[in-house]
Design a protein around this ligand. Sequence first.
Ligand code: C2E
Ligand code: CA
Ligand code: CA
Length: 540
Amino acid sequence: MDLVESNYTDAVRAIENGEFTPHFQPLVDLRTGGLYGFELLARWYRPEQGWIPPDEFIPLAESDGWIDLLTRELLRKGCSALAALPGSLALSINISPVQLRNLSLPDEVQTIAAAAGFSTDRLIVEITESALADKVETARIIARAFKSMGARLALDDFGTGYSSLLHLQSLPFDELKVDRSFVGCMTEQRDSRKIVAAVVGLGQSLGLTTVAEGVETAEQAEMLRWMGCELGQGWLFGKPVPADGLTEAMEKCAQAATEHLPSSTMGGVSMGSLEGLPAQRLAQLQAVYDGAPVGLAFLDREMRYRNLNRRLANMNGRPMSEHLGRTVQEVMPEFLAQVEPFIRRALSGEAVSGVELTRPPAIPNGGTTILLSYEPARDEAGEVVGVSVAISDLTPIKQAQAAQRETEEHFRSMLELLPQIPWIIDAEGRALDVSQRWLELTGTEDDGWRGYGWMESLHPEDRQPTWDAMHRAFATGEPIDVIYRLRKSENEPWKRLRSRGRARFGEDGKVICWYGSIEEVAEPDCSQSGTAGMVRKRAD
Ligand code: C2E
Ligand code: CA
Ligand code: CA
C-alpha cells in the first residue's frame, strides 16, 4: 500500500486524468466453449509508478471514499466498450461491500448504462461475501433494485468468507462464483476437488448458475464441465484485456470454441448425451437402466448391489429388493468364485468386457450362458467408487446358433445325396461354395476350387468356350447353361457335365451371385470334343 500516496483529491485528479481503465476478462460457457460475457476489472496506471494492482488501490478507494467515483468511471467506459461490440454479451461488475450502503447506487448504475446505450439486463453485479456481513437490510433493498432493472446478482469468491451458506440465502442471487483458490489446485488436491464439486452441486440444487474462477488448464475445464459447472473464467480462456483488445479476445474465444469442442469423456467416465444437471442426468440414467435390453447393476467397493434393473433381477430369479444393499456373496454365493476376479479387476480400475460364463446349476436359471462386462465407475476425484456390470443372456443366441447349425447340417447332408452337384459363384464367376462331390469328381483337394480355381479342372479346350458362355450370361442375367468335360485323373476318361445356374438379383437389379448345379450327361453321338458352350445358344 506504501506504493500509493493516496488521498481523496489525489485520486479524483487521477480519475479525471483517465489513469483508471477498465480491463475485461472473458466469461465462457464451459459446455459449448462460447463467449458469455466479460468481467470488468479495474486497472490504475500511474505515469510515475506504472501499473498498480486493484488489490492495492481498491482498499484505499473504499477507505478514502472514492470507490463510488471509481465505479462510475469504470462503468461508463465499460458499458460503452461493450455496447460497441456485436451481440449482447454480459458485463460483470464488482461492487465493494461499502457500496452496498449507498441506496442510490442502482439508480446511478442505471443512468450510466442508459447513457452508454447498454441494456441493464446484460449486467451482472458481483458482490463478495464480506459485503453481506453488516447492513443486510440495506443490501437487500439495493439487490432488489438491481434485479428489478433486469440485472443478475452473483456471489463472488464463494467459499472464502464466513457463514457462506447463510449469505447465499440472504440475497436473491443468480450466480455463484467458486473462488479460484479451490479451482487452482482441484486437479491435484482431492479435497479442493470435493469442495468444488460440492459447491457446484449446491449451486445447481439452488437453481444458480455456477461460475468457476481461475481456470488455467484444459484439465480443470474438463473436470468442471463434468461436474456440471456452467461458466468458466481464467487464463485458459483469456487474461484481462483493455477495451481495444476486446475484438481480438472475442475472436480468440470463437476460434477456441470451434477447435476445442468439449470432449465427451473424463477419466474414463462417458458423458455421452447425459448433459445437464445432475438431477436430469440421474433421471436419464434411470430410464436407460430400466429400458436396457441387458441386465445392469452397480456394485460398490464392498461388492454390494447399489442399483440394478428389473431385467437383472429376473435373470437372477430374485426380486430387486433382495439385491439392494446386499453383497454378491449374499445374493449368489455359488456364483461368487466365478465372478469375483473380474469384479476385483474392475475395482482396481480395469475395464473388463466379453466375459462368457455359464451359471452354476445350483442358482436360479442355472446352466444358462451369460456375457458379462465390468466397467469401473469413478467419482469426480477419479477414484474408483464401484463397478458397473452389464449382463446379457446368451442362451437364446446359443440355442438359435445350434438350431441353425443343425438345419445347415440337414441341408448339406441332403444336398450331398442328390445326383446334382450344387455350386455358388459370385457375379464375376468366382466360386464361393461347391459340393463336396466336386472334389471327388475332379480329384482336387482343399480349397483349390475357390475363386477361379474351379476352371483348372476343366478340359483345356473347354475353358475358353465355358468362360465365354458364362460371360454372356453375366452380361444379360440370363440363366447359365453350359457343358464341359472333367476328369478325376490323367488315367481316367473325361466325363461330360452340364452346369446350369440362375442369378440372384439385388434390390438395385444387379446380380449378387449365381446358384447352380452340375450333372453328368451322356456323350453326344457325333464328337468327343468341342462340346463346351452355352447349350441353348448352340441349339439355336
Ligand atoms: P476478483 O473479482 O475475484 O477478480 C478476479 C481476479 O482474478 C482478477 O484479479 C483476475 O485478474 C484474476 N484472475 C483471473 N483469471 C485468473 C487465473 O486464471 N489465474 C489467476 N491466478 N488469477 C486470475 P485482479 O484484476 O487483480 O483483481 C483482484 C480483485 O480486485 C478482484 O478479484 C476484485 O475483488 C477487485 N476488483 C477489481 N476491479 C474492481 C472494481 O472495479 N471494483 C471493485 N469493487 N473491486 C474490484
Ligand atoms: Ca469479481
Ligand atoms: Ca472472484
